[in-house]
Design a binder for this molecule. Structure first.
Ligand SMILES: Nc1ncnc2c1ncn2[C@@H]1O[C@H](COP(=O)(O)OP(=O)(O)OP(=O)(O)O)[C@@H](O)[C@H]1O
Ligand SMILES: [Mg+2]
Length: 510
């Protein structure tokens, strides 16, 4: 057999109080797509950070052999010059800079310190073509959707003469179209001899595109599966990840649906900057107590905008129409008023709206519900710990202590912290925007269980998700949204992926 491009041997990595990797082995063949799977906190990102020098040589035990040579990277620059490029779980582009500037950031084609931007732009166009990105290279990255931003990251990697491309959950935030484009691109790169390592919780994608899969559990290598040999499906991967089969993807739940809780009538919202552009067009919907209601829509349909406009007008301008919660008219103007009124919104964007990465776990969990912790002018710190511990235990948040910084938590565990934070406000209506993005199969099951038990307590839940099987499994009713218009309402029994898709792309239900 040919020599593997990469061998990581007996890698052990400790953080204070945490053994993140214990004696982990990974062998990647030249030119393959090698997936790494495992539950949240299993050590996937850490292993890749060890490989790329984010965690420098000397901070871990074990040996890395790349292209037949032992390597000891002290930083990312060194691994990049060896042709190893990592695209992190949280994208690292600078929003205000252009596509071209982002591609060449830190890698400028400078002659005597002066960057030749004409040459850079034409080189950018060439790289963009290789990833199938048709945009003006001068466009600021913030004007691109997340799918295209991901392509900019890959173009940037190609500009560095990448030989081993590492993608940490590249499709987590992408819709199906963008994901497919990205996966095709990886296959194309493979055809050109570029090896990829990909971390993902989307097991269907993994089963489809990878040649082999290494499974980590609790910081240990469990096994490496050869996908090309056949017989590896999602269930097989799950068995490796959690150590047993997962019979059901959704917990049993008997809905107890009560009276109407939320009523949205003729809700119209304009764009925040362009007050004449309609973003939400005459939307009307209801959520009953005990009911889990889904919103299905393509990227750009206005799902998040709808949710945020309801949540204290935190999106949009010139709002019109009516909102009622438990029969009372709501005239919410701020997020604070929305929280007081009993609405919580769990954002899809953990970093932007959900979490301050500088905070610790307990501060994050209690931050939206501080009213409940006040003792005179100060915050009751003992109670803060008690509250945070309660959520840590009941959600199984993997942290050594609630005083840990959230920055240290794995992606999925950060998501559980965000969910805890909003549950602590004791909302009547919980709006969840992509609640299981980046969450492993086992933790998804737990989160579904939490959502269902909230419904059984008589709360109303509105769920936005790009994963149609998730909406179909979880929701009692589903609305489809297309271009800001609610196009159809489905009872659970009538909805299928196909019927939802039809109305997600429809103009209007007549
Ligand atoms: N900088 C750090 N300091 C302390 N602990 C850390 C640090 N980075 C990671 N950890 C811990 O190491 C373990 C592995 O985390 P890692 O981010 O590698 O998980 P993961 O498999 O990528 O999970 P996810 O699927 O949620 O992204 C976790 O317990 C995490 O809390
Ligand atoms: Mg990770």
């Amino acid at each position: 057999m040919a020599q593997p491009i990469l061998e990581m041997r007996s890698i052990t990595k400790r953080f204070p109080g945490v053994l993140a990797l214990s004696d982990v082995n990974l062998a990647v063949e030249r030119g393959e797509i090698h997936a790494i799977c495992g539950e949240n906190g299993a050590g996937k990102s850490t292993l890749m950070k060890v490989l790329s020098g984010v965690h420098p040589h000397g901070t871990y035990d074990g040996e890395i052999v790349y292209e037949g040579q032992p390597v000891a990277f002290s930083n990312i620059r060194q691994s990049e010059s060896a042709g190893i490029v990592i695209i992190h779980q949280e994208l690292a582009l600078i929003p205000d800079l252009s596509i071209a500037e982002n591609i060449f950031l830190g890698n400028e084609t400078a002659t005597r310190g002066v960057i030749n931007w004409d040459a850079a732009n034409s080189r950018a166009i060439e790289l963009m073509a290789r990833v199938g990105l048709r945009e003006n290279p001068l466009t600021p990255v913030k004007n691109l959707g997340i799918g295209k931003q991901q392509l900019v990251e890959i173009a940037k990697a190609l500009s560095k003469e990448v030989r081993l491309l590492i993608l940490d959950e590249p499709t987590a935030a992408l819709n199906d179209d963008d994901s497919n484009h990205l996966l095709d691109l990886l296959k194309g790169l493979k055809g050109k001899g570029i090896t990829s390592i990909m971390i993902s919780h989307k097991l269907n994608e993994i089963a489809r595109i990878s040649d082999s899969i290494t499974i980590l559990r609790d910081g240990r290598t469990i096994e490496t599966l050869d996908v090309t040999a056949g017989g590896v499906d999602e269930d097989r991967i799950i068995r490796g990840m959690v150590g047993r089969s997962l019979e059901h993807r959704f917990p049993d739940h008997t809905p107890q649906i009560g009276e109407v809780l939320l009523e949205v009538d003729d809700w119209t919202v304009m764009h925040p900057d362009d007050h004449h552009r309609v973003v939400i067009d005459n939307a009307s919907l209801t959520v009953r107590r005990g009911e889990i209601v889904g919103i299905a829509g393509l990227m750009g349909a206005g799902r998040t905008e709808l949710a945020r406009s309801i949540f204290g007008r935190s999106y949009g301008s010139r709002h019109s129409g009516e909102l009622r919660l438990a029969g009372r008219d709501l005239k919410l103007k701020t997020v604070h008023e929305a929280i007081r009124a009993g609405i919580a919104y769990v954002s899809e964007d953990r970093k932007g709206l959900g979490l301050n990465l500088l905070d610790d776990v307990k501060t994050s969990i209690t931050s939206a519900g501080l009213d409940r912790l006040r003792k005179g002018l100060t915050v009751d710190e003992r109670e803060e710990v008690v509250v945070a511990e309660r959520y840590r235990r009941s959600f199984g948040i993997k942290a050594t202590s609630v005083a840990d910084g959230v920055r240290k938590l794995s992606g999925g565990n950060q998501q559980k912290v965000v969910l805890s934070k909003w549950l602590y406000t004791e909302p009547q209506l919980l709006i969840l925007d992509e609640p299981t993005r980046g969450i492993d199969v086992g933790a998804k099951f737990e989160i579904y269980g939490i959502v269902q038990s909230l419904a059984r307590e008589g709360k109303g839940v509105l769920v936005i998700s790009s994963e149609l099987p998730e909406l179909l499994g979880l929701c009692d009713r589903i609305y489809t949204l297309a271009e800001g218009v609610i196009t159809h309402e489905f009872a659970k029994s009538d909805a299928t992926q196909e019927s939802l898709m039809r109305y997600m792309t429809a103009e209007r239900d007549n």
